[in-house]
Design a binder for this molecule. Structure first.
Ligand code: HGY
Ligand code: MN
Ligand code: MN
Length: 418
């Protein structure tokens, strides 16, 4: 397929300005972002993205999960679109680039095509997937998962946040329930590309501008509930205590040991932790926490899940505590489409950007879309590999490199029409 000339590049200045503009929406307290899904800040970010896309001549469609599809027509009305996108929602202490670089990188691809008067056979669809983070409503990649047929919409609508608010009600409240049935277009996708920061230290340490993402590691989220007995921290003798907080602490130590036993690729921790009643002078009667295990090897994930259950049960039995487990999220390791991966690699080569193959440590919408359409990802480095932290940072050059490769991979796949 005809590829853009190696001298064709995106407008790095314009991309950076858009990133900084979007960063003003739902600001954090330390220079990053708190634009959690289905909040008013999310709604504001969606409106800004819609405005920019419509100014670039694109038309909007929204599905019943609030996924946004912004279309630039192709020359062949029957040709399936090439999708390019990521997510605009952030962690509570999120960075300015996680997800946003992929959405605004997609917009920059279209803006550059407009500047250069490029026509393609296939339409281009720039996408914002709802609730990729899963921080307010578990699990992560919720809306792309419903789109790909992994979850039902009813189950997703019924997910509740820390205050007990429901996903479906919040989507309605911010006015972003679209009229397109979610997933209706999943059989009509030519390909999808997602640009994303690495969120780890490898590319920066190796001095590479581009990560050619061949695979994504698998994820398992198990919510654990340990039940003991609330009692006075002063007058309850040590032997009589049923300390759910201590049970949780011993289980978290076990999680760390399990992950280390599969070094160097497996990881494990708990990011969500609640103790009840969380009062200074009450022994916690309950602890609820989510164990996040990941590995590129599905057998390792299974082993870690099994050992968690056996070990946690043993700890709780010895301490006279009850324990329950609920699988609240997960996906198997993914291998991305070889043809799309090749388009990414040849774009990096054509443009002269240093690059290497990489397995994604984080989960992404592309991991679910890979089930329904040929999909690949492009990564750029981030400073100290830091992400899910307001200090997340990238260089302008890395943003440019990533968006240049995205532009070439997308336009080549969408087939330039001379
Ligand atoms: O959890 C993840 O890997 C993604 O950042 N939501
Ligand atoms: Mn992300
Ligand atoms: Mn994230």
């Amino acid at each position: 397929m005809a590829a853009p000339g190696e001298n064709l590049r995106i407008n790095a200045e314009r991309l950076w300005d858009s990133l900084m503009e979007m960063a003003k929406v739902g600001p954090g307290v330390a220079g990053g972002n708190n634009r959690q899904t289905l909040t008013d800040a999310d709604a504001e970010g969606r409106k800004l993205f819609q405005k920019w896309c419509e100014e670039a001549g694109m038309s909007m469609a929204v599905d019943t999960m609030g996924n946004m599809f912004m279309t630039r027509p192709g020359t062949d009305p029957d040709a399936l679109p090439v999708y390019v996108g990521s997510h605009l929602d952030t962690q509570p202490t999120g960075g300015k680039y996680d997800g946003v670089l992929g959405v605004l990188g997609g917009l920059e691809v279209v803006r550059t095509m407009n500047d250069l008067g490029i026509k393609t056979k296939h339409p281009i669809v720039v996408t914002n997937w709802t609730n990729e983070e899963g921080t307010r409503f578990a699990p992560a990649m919720l809306a792309s998962g419903v789109f790909a047929g992994v979850h039902t919409q009813d189950w997703a609508y019924d997910r509740s946040d820390h205050e007990g608010l429901k996903f479906g009600d919040e989507l309605k409240r911010i006015g972003w329930v679209g009229d397109e049935e979610v997933g209706a277009r999943k059989t009509k996708m030519h390909a999808m590309f997602e640009l994303h920061i690495e969120q780890g230290p490898i590319l920066e340490a190796e001095g590479k501008d581009i990560g050619v993402v061949t695979h994504g590691q698998g994820l398992s989220w198990t919510q654990v509930t340990v039940t003991g007995k609330d009692s006075h921290t002063g007058s309850t003798p040590m032997p009589l205590r049923k300390n759910a907080g201590l049970g949780m602490a011993r289980i978290l130590q076990l999680v760390d040991e399990i992950a280390w036993s599969h070094a160097p690729h497996a990881v494990g921790a708990a990011g969500h932790i609640d103790v009840f009643p969380n009062s200074r002078n009450v022994i916690p009667g309950k602890a609820v926490f989510t164990i996040d295990f990941r590995s590129p090897d599905i057998a390792v994930i299974k082993d870690m899940e099994d050992r968690l259950k056996i070990g946690a049960k043993k700890i709780c039995d010895e301490m006279g505590l009850d324990v329950e487990f609920e699988k609240v999220g997960g996906f198997d390791p993914v291998e991305f489409d070889k043809g799309c991966v090749k388009a990414v690699r040849s774009a990096a080569e054509r443009l002269g950007y240093s690059h290497q193959n990489i397995i994604s440590g984080a989960g992404h919408d592309a991991c679910w879309i890979n089930k329904v359409a040929p999909t690949a990802m492009i990564m750029c480095p981030c400073v100290d590999g830091l992400s899910h932290n307001e200090a997340e940072e990238i260089s302008r050059d890395w943003a440019k490199a990533g968006a240049d490769v995205l532009f070439h991979a997308v336009v080549e796949t969408a087939e330039i029409v001379e």
